[in-house]
Design a protein around this ligand. Structure first.
Ligand code: AMP
Length: 279
């Protein structure tokens, strides 16, 4: 496996692979990798070559968010990628991605003004800008994103369609800890008391699944049941609980296939998300 940190080095390798007729799978990440990322890397091996980017993108963090304290461990991440059969890790410094005078952005006019986009103004502009840049650098055939960040997945799919970016976007299921907590690099922020409290998210998701399984299709009924569960946890503060359409993020009164039941909850100072996509 190669590890590089300049755009030129990625381009050289990719050019070579393309000449050899190899297909390229791409997994963009912010590092501090866990089995959730691992599942994307493993899936990406359906391509001839797998590229993983590790870049804590300053543009997608708000002023009062956790950019500087976001966990980082590049050496461990590289070992992890290698053990899963990745071919290339691209870990650029911010100065390689945002050169002096940088002033071009990718912004969607819908989809990004609700849920996480509403709570984190500018977040998706940062995500879409960096992902577009990474697509232009890596030129993958397929790119892999987790359903854990369901709104991000919908936003990227929309962006790729709108801008005719020649890449197939593949969504992968949420990977969880044995006790149900969705894996996240941000779980490392939780104290042991908070870690226990954080289980309220997956408990709520499971409850939603059970209600939908019982044939309850009224969104308000499900959402208010989830509010009750989450509010029963003293350390939890709800950011949102919503039932929306998976592709457009528009509210829906009725739960049906492709409804996304999405939750964002602060546990102490840590904001966690989880969701259920109704199949
Ligand atoms: P991040 O490093 O948090 O930006 O995540 C990089 C990619 O990994 C995104 O596409 C995430 O949706 C995905 N991802 C993060 N956590 C999980 C998880 N628990 N299960 C599946 N995918 C995940």
């Amino acid at each position: 496996m190669e590890t590089v940190n300049t755009v030129a080095e990625v381009r050289n390798l990719v050019r070579q692979w393309r000449k050899e007729g190899k297909s390229i799978g791409f997994v963009p990440t912010m590092g501090y990798l866990h089995d959730g990322h691992g599942s994307l890397i493993t899936r990406a091996r359906e391509n001839d070559k797998v590229v993983v980017s590790i870049f804590v993108n300053p543009m997608q963090f708000g002023e009062n968010e956790d950019f500087s304290k976001y966990p980082r461990d590049l050496e461990r991440d590289c070992r992890f990628c290698e053990s899963l059969g990745a071919d290339l890790v691209f870990s650029p410094p911010p100065s390689e991605i945002y050169t002096p005078g940088f002033c071009s952005f990718v912004d969607l006019s819908a989809l990004t003004d609700r849920l996480c986009g509403k709570s984190r103004p500018g977040h998706f502009r940062g995500v879409c800008t960096v992902v577009t840049k990474l697509f232009n650098i890596v030129k993958p055939d397929r790119a892999y994103f987790g359903e854990k960040d369901a709104q991000q997945l919908a936003v990227i799919k929309r962006m790729v369609q709108d801008l005719n970016i020649d890449v197939e976007i593949i969504g992968c299921p949420i990977v969880r800890e044995p006790d149900g907590l969705a894996k996240s690099s941000r779980n490392t922020y939780l104290s042991s008391k908070e870690r226990k409290a954080a289980l309220v998210l997956s408990r709520a998701v499971r409850h939603a699944e059970a209600l939908v399984g019982d044939g309850i299709i009224d969104s308000d009924t499900v959402v208010s049941a989830l509010y009750d569960i989450i509010q029963s946890e003293p350390l939890a503060r709800i950011d949102y609980v919503k039932a929306v359409r998976c592709l457009t993020m528009e509210d829906t009164d009725k739960i049906e296939p492709q409804t996304l039941i999405a939750i964002a909850v602060y546990i102490g100072k840590t904001r966690l998300i989880d969701n259920l996509i109704v199949r």
